[in-house]
Design a protein around this ligand. Structure first.
Ligand SMILES: [Fe+2]
Ligand SMILES: [Fe+2]
Length: 324
């Protein structure tokens, strides 16, 4: 057997690069990410995995795709990217949630946005082998959408178990597959007490189908972001599940868990003969919010005030395209 070559790769999620040309901007997020990016660039890594939510409002501002692309291109190694909901739209729903200021159905992931995202960052679903380790990325939140991209996701995942074996298999999917347990029920978007759980995780039957297919593909390490809050590593169906803190945006739901990791940072992943060791590296700038403006959450396009932009010219929402 040939001698195995040790190597290092990196992982981040949720750096949410924003712009003062927008109706809202939080300079602290960009500053926290800038420090992390500087730290990443010092590592002798083969590549960086980017676990989604590269942008603040990429789902309505193509300009932010361009910003995020050019920003990643300043790193001294390649990047492999999956989409997040702030980039391409939320997990699909046919029903409105309990927050009147948030039009949940209009926030659904769309084919147009996925195609546009792919034109900047590459295929939505991808898998490759590097130095005997397989790496796989996909956007789980198309599950249940009925979009052509959902069919592609299932075909992609169902094919994974038949691909050539590797020494290890690392996957990432943006959403958490579950909140507390893989056996928990489907969360109801219309129930105020369940909205957050619905928003942050994948509901059955998709949750089980995804986890089963990943298990059948011998995935041993799964990265999930989206919540911006780190949780202890869990082993589920033979997979080490890393729910990782953000590389810039603020931790959410942190009050739920006494052991929540709320610091910004990245994962340093060292692959050796003995396995893959993942360590959390704390970002060098943990600054508080400063000079922020504009609303949080998911404001409707008609409720946005672009005259707040502090840099000219202000952005405007991309023209809405009809779904096919
Ligand atoms: Fe995020
Ligand atoms: Fe997200």
């Amino acid at each position: 057997m040939s001698k195995f070559t040790p190597f290092t790769f990196l992982h981040i999620n949720d750096h949410h690069l924003g712009t003062p040309r927008s109706y809202r901007f939080r300079p602290a997020i960009n500053r926290r990410w800038a420090a992390i990016k500087g730290q990443l660039a010092q590592v002798e890594a083969d590549f960086l995995l980017v676990g989604g939510d590269l942008t603040r409002d990429g789902d309505t501002h193509e300009y932010e795709y361009q910003l995020a692309r050019e920003d990643l291109d300043t790193l001294p190694f390649p990047t492999f990217v999956i989409a997040g909901n702030m980039d391409v739209g939320n997990k699909h729903t046919d029903r409105q949630g309990p927050h009147p200021e948030r039009d949940d159905v209009s926030l659904n992931v769309t084919s147009e946005r996925l195609r546009l995202f792919a034109s900047y960052f590459g295929p939505i679903n991808w898998t490759f082998v590097h130095k005997e380790v397989r790496f796989t990325g996909f956007y789980a939140a198309v599950a249940g959408s009925g979009l052509p991209e959902e069919d592609r996701l299932w075909r992609f995942l169902e094919r994974l178990p038949d691909l050539p074996d590797a020494r290890h298999h690392v996957a990432m999917m943006h959403y958490w597959p579950y909140m507390e347990s893989p056996d928990e029920p489907a969360w109801d978007i219309t129930e105020p007490g369940q909205y957050d759980d619905w928003y942050f995780s994948i509901n059955p039957p998709y949750r089980g189908r995804i986890l089963d297919l990943l298990e059948a593909s011998a995935v041993d390490l799964l990265f999930c972001g989206h919540v911006h809050t780190g949780r202890p590593v869990e082993v589920i169906q033979g997979m080490r599940i890393y729910r990782t803190p953000a590389a810039g945006n603020t931790a959410q739901l942190a009050e739920r868990w006494t052991d929540a990791e709320t610091r910004y940072g990245f994962q340093l992943c060292e692959v050796t003969e003995a396995g893959i060791e993942v360590s959390f590296v704390v970002g060098a700038d943990q600054c508080e919010e400063f000079d922020s403006y504009g609303p949080t959450g998911h404001p409707r396009i008609e409720d946005r005030d672009y005259s707040l932009a502090r840099e000219q010219p202000p952005l405007s929402p991309d023209p809405w395209l009809t779904q096919d």
